[in-house]
Design a protein around this ligand. Sequence first.
Ligand code: CTP
Length: 221
Amino acid sequence: MDKVRCLISAGPTREHLDPVRYISNPSSGRMGTALAAAAARAGWRVSLVLGPSEVPIPGGLEEAVRVTSSDEMYSALSDRFDSADILIMSAAVSDMKPERFIPRKVKKNQIDFNLRFVPTIDILKTLSKRKRPGQFLVGFAAETDDVLNYAKVKLAEKNLDAVAANRVCSGRGGFGDTSNEMTLIFKDGSAEFLEYASKDSIAEKMIGIFSSRFFGKGKTL
Ligand code: CTP
């Protein structure tokens, strides 16, 4: 029986203004790399697309692709999406990028302090329009407040099968922390709460839950 083919994104993206300056976010890449390691341990064939992150790439993966910007992340994921059984989009993609990139270092007395930004591509929403039957999409909802409600909106708007609702900046889990807690909300309205634990342990539980919910039949786990 075929192994589950799994595509995982992790880490932040960097949107450069010039070669030495960028806009980004505090994502460490730990949750996504922990998920990739857990999926590989479960016997899945894992492709990891990783933004700038200091976290070591786990062993046992089929491939790991390093990217910097949201456009590069989109391109790497798009190339691999059609052959994946499941996409787990744990990357913290920057929502905006500078309107233009200046390919040389701008001197400080020439900086435009009224920089203009444009939206980045919503990778998950764009890929979800290509979703085929039997393919599963998992998103994350990083929120500071009203976590579950915002997560449910993302589940619907991005045509997801599950969303991991994650409170960030609360001092308990999320960006930068080595532990996390979250609620997994599924398309059918059911939910599972994963209590505060190391990201490795949360990742192990998530992969176990996805294995039985999505691939309970017909896939080698
Ligand atoms: N995401 C994405 N492309 C983006 C932004 C987000 O694919 N440009 C994905 C994230 O990887 C995550 C999900 O969409 O799986 C939700 O990301 P989040 O940052 O929580 O929400 P946004 O869609 O960016 O919306 P908002 O910032 O308004 O909460």
